[in-house]
Design a protein around this ligand. Structure first.
Ligand code: NAD
Length: 460
């Protein structure tokens, strides 16, 4: 692992030489790497749990739910489908191209840079690595320095399990990442906030490197009139409190009609008691806030409305109770940026149309949630709300479906991954046409004539 930034160019040259030498091409090599990644996770479960407990106070169940289960499922899915994903994909050749055949041939990009975020520091670093390896790329991994214990552990383990000729880890913060970004990568896969996303894209523009940006934003949760409030409250509370709300796809705020509002608040209170008891700040099932900076940022948001549930904080241990707020103005601080913590503002809307209009006036969300019993509401919402992912009658669970592409739209990101979408994202889909030699139809060749023109019109 290079610590001296001047060594990055040597590292890139080495990786590229191995890539050009064909190391990553055989499907057997790709399968072995994916199996080794699976072993890394299995054999180091205890150490991963310890690192994530140190960084985020994550209980082992949340390590499984939010980090490793998804990785195991993605690895398994990629290994099972690798052969079909890598095959030529035949497409129709029109008359004008006959005799001939055409197909799409996926090929690896080369060396991919993967920059991870701190909130799910294992999953967000390794889940882009799965399609990167499946597609036959080399990769440089840059874990988030903010989840320091996990970053250290991954930097120690990855070289022990994966082929160092093709996969390297670079630890570091802004300085190291800035240096890394000066190198010529063939794809940059970034997960994190939009401000740094812009920096990544600017740096990528220098080399005209394609980028995938997995960003965040405010993900709305709409409770339709007549929805099953008990079920909505349980699933919403779970989705908001997992990782203490530090989840890019966590429901950020709720839109509900006045008639359902108090019922919903009562049901959330009940669920919080069921999940975390009455002393939530001390529950071992509830995570801490990653660091003091984020703790202070979140504490300042507690003034944005009337706290109806929670609101207590433990400054020493960076903990904030799950907190529900009402009387929140749409222009208040908590509604300006992604909350990324356990604070849930509940805003009132007259009906579903007003909720849809509220969402459409803002940046396109990464995820949107609708709780409803009405097929008509479901259809209208799905048609009118542009969002990276939509989940009806639950939160977060769409992540468990490997065939659903994951990623944002507009300000919540660009490019999708998971399953085949990830394989395609990290492959160049090369277009190939093979012409037959006979018969040669000479209408496209000069000298041109009116007759040839008529034939050309007929062919095209
Ligand atoms: P972060 O601070 O961990 O930063 C992300 C990465 O960017 C880190 O590896 C960091 O080293 C690097 N970085 C930071 N500053 C940089 C700079 N000036 N130049 C180059 N690199 C730099 O994470 P964050 O930004 O706090 O992440 C939170 C955001 O990420 C939220 O908006 C969240 O919604 C979003 N997020 C999105 C997803 C997703 O899958 N779409 C997942 C997790 C988080």
């Amino acid at each position: 692992m290079p610590t001296d930034t001047s060594q990055y160019s040597n590292m890139l040259a080495e990786l590229r030489a191995h890539f050009n030498g064909g190391l990553t091409r055989p499907l057997g090599w790709r399968r072995e790497q994916l199996a080794a990644l699976s072993r890394l996770l299995e054999e180091n479960e205890g150490r991963l749990n310890e690192a994530l407990a140190e960084d985020l106070g994550k209980p082992p169940q949340e390590v499984l739910l939010g980090e490793t289960a998804l990785l195991f499922s993605e690895i398994d899915h990629a290994r099972r489908h690798l052969k079909s994903w890598t095959k030529r994909r035949r497409v129709r050749t029109p008359m004008v191209g006959k005799p001939g055949r055409s197909w799409v041939q996926p090929e690896p990009y080369g060396v991919v840079l993967i920059i991870g975020a701190w909130n799910y520091p294992v999953q967000l670093l390794l889940s882009p690595l799965i399609p990167a390896l499946a597609a036959g790329n080399c990769a440089v991994l840059k874990p988030s320095e903010i989840a320091a214990a996990t970053s250290r552990l991954l930097a120690e383990l990855i070289p022990k399990y994966l082929d160092e000729r093709a996969v390297r880890v670079v630890e570091g913060a802004v300085e190291e990442t800035t240096e890394l970004l000066k190198q010529h990568f063939d794809h940059i896969f970034y997960t994190g906030g939009a401000a740094v996303g812009r920096i990544i894209m600017r740096a990528a523009a220098e080399h005209l490197t394609p980028v995938t940006l997995e960003l965040g934003g405010k993900s709305p949760c709409v409770i339709d009139a007549g929805a099953d409030i008990e079920s909505a409250a349980r699933r919403l509370t779970w989705g908001k409190c997992l990782n203490a709300g530090q989840t890019c796809i966590a429901p950020d705020y709720v839109l509900v009609t006045p008639s359902e509002r108090d019922k919903l608040i009562g049901a959330i209170e009940h669920e919080l008691f069921e999940m975390y008891g009455s002393n939530r700040l001390e529950s071992s099932d509830y995570c801490k806030i990653i660091n003091r900076r984020h703790f202070d940022r979140l504490r300042n948001l507690l003034d944005s409305g009337r706290v109806v549930i929670g609101g207590k904080v433990d400054e020493e241990n960076c903990r904030i109770e799950p907190t529900v707020m009402t009387e929140v103005a749409p222009d208040s601080a908590v509604m300006q940026e992604e909350i990324f913590g356990p604070i849930l503002p509940i805003l009132e809307v007259e009906n579903l149309d007003e909720a849809i209009a509220f969402i459409r006036q803002r940046d396109k969300p990464l995820s949107s949630y609708l709780f409803t019993r009405s097929g008509e509401s479901e259809q209208r919402f799905a048609e009118l709300v542009s969002t990276g992912n939509l989940c009806i009658n639950d939160t977060l669970m769409f992540m468990s479906v490997p065939d659903l592409p994951f990623g944002g739209v507009g300000m919540s990101g660009m490019g999708q991954y998971h399953g085949k979408a990830g394989f395609d994202r990290l492959s160049h889909l090369k277009a190939v046409m093979k012409r037959g030699r006979f018969p040669e139809i000479p209408v496209r060749f000069p000298p041109y004539s009116r007759f040839k023109m008529r034939l050309l019109k007929w062919f095209s």
